[in-house]
Each structure stands twice: as C-alpha cells, then as structure tokens.
Design a binder for this molecule. Structure first.
Ligand code: DGL
Length: 271
C-alpha cells in the first residue's frame, strides 16, 4: 500500500485530543485519521510517570501495528512523560511523531509582549517541567507561572457542569495567573480549549490563550509535504475511533465536541 494512503494516528486519554483532531480535520481535510481515546484509563494527569510511559508505549505500539503514516500525541501529560520514548518507537518503525508542548511554547514566547507567560496544565505535565524546559530553550527571558489543575480535565471529560462550585474551582486556578500579571496563557492540556470561553472571562480579554491544535496541524502538514506523503485524494478523508472506555459515552461527547457524526465509526479496543 502507498504510505500516503495510510491514516494519521492520534491519541489522548479521552476526548481532549479531539481539540487537536478538529484542527487537523479542518487543515488536512483529505487525510484519514485513526484516533485512540484511552478513556478507560482516564485521567492521565494525576498518574505517575512510569504508568503514563506504559500506557503511551502500549497505545503507540497498537497504532503502529494497525498501520499509520504518522503518530500524533494529542495529550500533554503523555508527551511530558513519554515523548522521547514514543519518538524512539516511531523512529524504529520509520514513522514520524508529532507532539504537543513545543509548538505552544514557541507561540507563547513569540506573542507575549510582557514576557510574563502562564501555563495551566495537569499535575503530571507541571511536575515534569516540560513547558519550563521548552520555554527556556527558546532563549527569550520569560517569567513563567505554572498552575496545576488536577480537577479541570475530569470536569470537562465527565460532561462539563458550569455551576458555582466549578466556577469557584476554576477561579482558584486562574487567581495566581492573574496575580502574576501574565499576558499569555498556554492551555497545557488538550482538554482545556473546550472551556476556553470560561477561562477567557475569568482572565480577561487582554490575556491571549495559546492552544496546540493549529500549530500541530501545521506541523503535520509540513512533515507530510516534506516526505511526499500527503493524501492524494481530492475528497474528504475518513475518521475512525478506538476507545478503551465506554464507546457510547465517547461517541456522545465526541459528536458534540467535533460536530460530526461519530456513531458507527468508534469501536472498543483493549490495551
Ligand atoms: N488531555 C490530556 C492532556 O493534555 C490529559 C488530561 C488527563 O487525562 O488528565 O494532558
């Protein structure tokens, strides 16, 4: 089979990576996508590094065995814990790996006027220091304020409820960012763009929110164009889902987020 015809493999702990998939479906409409949502093992953000490495390694192996022309880690926690290992697995299979973290750090460093940048992410991502390193490596002196939000991805994945309790919790996450006077916030978890309006209201319009999706889609485009592996067909590509948790719930939530039909395109997978 011509490699250009293979799907692009994308994975996350659940529905968060759909924010990346959405940008890919818009920017690369002719490509086929195979998305693996590891919702049976959600959340990743409060798991130890060793467990995240095992999960990410098993998922990457599964996608590579099914045949993908590229692997996209659409999860910051998995990238922070296992990005290097997955890049290595990809290299052994001759499959390029695109990850989050680096692209958002680059955007944030380039658009921040004051140099005061915030990162809102899961405990696993904050504890890994991945964003601090990525921002440091860009060579621009920045004041970085990181906040770990252990409850935010679960609130989003389990069906966002925007009651006073949730608002109070999220205000608590935003407070140190506002106090630090940031002008740019990296949404360091792929679930968070789904609640961008709430965050924007709490932080104010002057704070720019940086998400990964658009930059990831551009990186995939560049990489596939360079290797001559962009899909050649003119029409819209296919998109399918593998789900380790409850398929019905994933389909329901995913249909709402992607505004595309997922029914009949998702199957249970054991990893
Ligand atoms: N969407 C994921 C991330 O980007 C993980 C959230 C979670 O599973 O806790 O970190």
């Amino acid at each position: 089979m011509n490699r250009a015809e293979l799907p692009i493999g994308v994975f996350d702990s659940g529905v968060g990576g759909l924010t990346v998939l959405h940008e890919c479906l818009v920017s690369l409409p002719a490509e086929d996508f195979l998305y693996l949502g590891d919702s049976g093992h959600f959340p990743y953000g409060t798991k130890p590094v060793a467990e995240l490495r095992d999960r990410a390694g098993a998922i990457a192996t599964q996608l590579l065995q099914r045949g993908v022309k590229m692997l996209v880690i659409a999860c910051n926690s998995a990238t922070a814990a296992a990005g290097d290992e997955i890049r290595q697995l990809g290299a052994e299979a001759g499959v390029p790996v695109v990850t989050v973290v680096g692209p958002e750090a680059e955007i944030a460093a380039s658009i921040s006027g004051s140099g005061r940048v915030g990162v809102l992410a899961t405990p696993a991502t904050v504890d890994s220091g991945a964003y601090r390193r990525a921002l440091d490596d860009l060579g621009r002196p920045l004041t970085v304020t990181e906040v770990a939000a252990p409850d935010l991805a679960p609130i989003i994945q389990n069906g966002p409820t925007f009651d006073e309790e949730v608002l109070g919790l999220v205000r608590g996450y935003c407070q140190p960012l506002s106090e630090a006077g940031i002008d740019t916030l990296i949404l360091g978890c792929t679930h968070y763009p789904l609640v961008a309006p709430m965050l924007q209201r709490m932080l104010g319009r002057d704070v720019s929110l940086v998400t990964a999706g658009h930059a990831i889609a551009a990186a995939i485009q560049r990489e596939l164009a360079a290797s001559g592996e962009l899909a050649e067909s003119e029409g819209e590509g296919d998109y399918r889902f593998l789900v380790s948790g409850d398929v019905g719930t994933f389909v329901e939530v995913g249909t709402r987020f992607l505004q595309l039909p997922l029914a009949g395109r998702a199957e249970k997978v054991r990893i």
